[in-house]
Design a protein around this ligand. Sequence first.
Ligand code: NAD
Length: 493
Amino acid sequence: MTSIQHRIGGVPVGGSIAAPVHDPATGRRRGEVVLGREAEVDLAVGAAARAFESWREVSLTRRTRVMFALRDLLERHEDELARLVTAEHGKVLDDARGEVVRGREVVEFACGIPQALKGEYSDQVSSGVDAFSFRQPLGVCAGIVPFNFPVMVPLWMHPIAIACGNAFVLKPSERVPSASNLIAELYAEAGLPDGVFNVLHGDGETADALIRHPDVAAVSFVGSTPVARRVHGTASAEGKRVQALGGAKNHAVVLPDADLDVAADQITAAAYGSAGQRCMAISVAVAVGDAADPLIDRLAGRARAIRVGPGTDPATGMGPLISAAARDRVAGHVLAAEEAGAKIVVDGRDLPGPGFFVGPCLLDGVTTGMPAYEEEIFGPVLIVLRAGTLGEAIALVNANPYGNGTAIFTSSGEAARRFQRAVHVGMIGVNVPVPVPMAFYSFGGWKASLFGDTHVHGPEGVRFYTRAKAVTSRWPEPSRPSEAPGMAFPTAR
Ligand code: NAD
């Protein structure tokens, strides 16, 4: 059985407390991971703080070269990383490869960091006076990440932070710890000095100690909304910079003028891919007008055709859930909706064990007051709601407390434009069900899906991991005596 250790200052570090790590496809324990407590948190932040002092002085060119080398190593180790993700998370291998590729794209953005960090310069803002601005790193940045993207979500954070000159302490999810240790090895092989990137394993207690550590300057968090809200509060109260991304309830609005076969294909993939364990999963389809019945027929046929099984089997379309508790929670939501009067069109409960499997579920007749609609289920459950008009559908999307992603399926440019302007949601797809922005844009939701001011990666990531200085300078000519300053507030001459 594997024992997964921290990686601090370039070396493995053990611990006395550990948690089990499971293979969700078999339900069996595949190893254990150490859980950091105050001593290990201190060790990791101390290693990062020491490494920061020299890393901040390393030239942009050399920092960029590390990113280019990491990018190539991530490509070479794509399969190994994907297999680790599938082994601990359960998602199918192709899906795991997809997250490695999307994460690598952030490293590709970080390869261009000299361009993103360029400051501004104004010549002669007053006689003999120039003004310019530039950005500097913050220090030790912490990343606390969820189980559902063991490679991609951490890669949203640390390449940008490190390319900007910071040191980083990553606290992976205790349920999927292994991929982060491989990433640490790849950073070392890419030439990153020890201590600039550290992996501190642990649970909520570890994360809390990390957030509160006085030498941590900034916190990036991705996870469920209740924890995101708390992390944002704790870090803000300690005067730290924080971005805390939370959960989601993403609606796909389908207008009667949409190609319903295409819409059903796309929504099926977005609802049941990764067993619905994506923050950008579509969990609610809003059928407008006449679209409802033909859409439900198509969705039901496609949901029943999905092959559920281990993620390592190439014939599998959908893998297991992360844990037995997640399986039971999802089944509980479907039962509660059924008891409250919803119609279970496709029922994925009662799949044989021993893994943590629930098959695709499709629910009709759910109302907005039911917990199945109000709560994030984070499983393979798609709910269909009906709306009379596009206006009603937009009102439904906007009344929901979450605002991560949404999509519209239509053949009308006018309707799509109206939708994209009116919804209170951070990421919008037009005939695209999972509108995850490319690495050179920034990722983030609105309302209860993000606490803080900046989205992750792309230009907003660069702003989050740096702070600005503005310099006003005068170099008087020695031959010309400079004018004595007046007592009035200085204005340009
Ligand atoms: P989670 O909130 O249970 O855990 C996330 C991380 O927080 C883990 O590393 C965990 O160890 C840590 N943690 C747990 N309790 C904590 C506490 N009290 N204080 C500080 N840290 C704590 O989430 P999860 O189950 O791992 O992931 C699924 C959730 O993440 C879903 O809600 C999903 O929507 C969300 N998610 C959001 C995004 C996004 O971009 N908005 C992306 C991926 C996942």
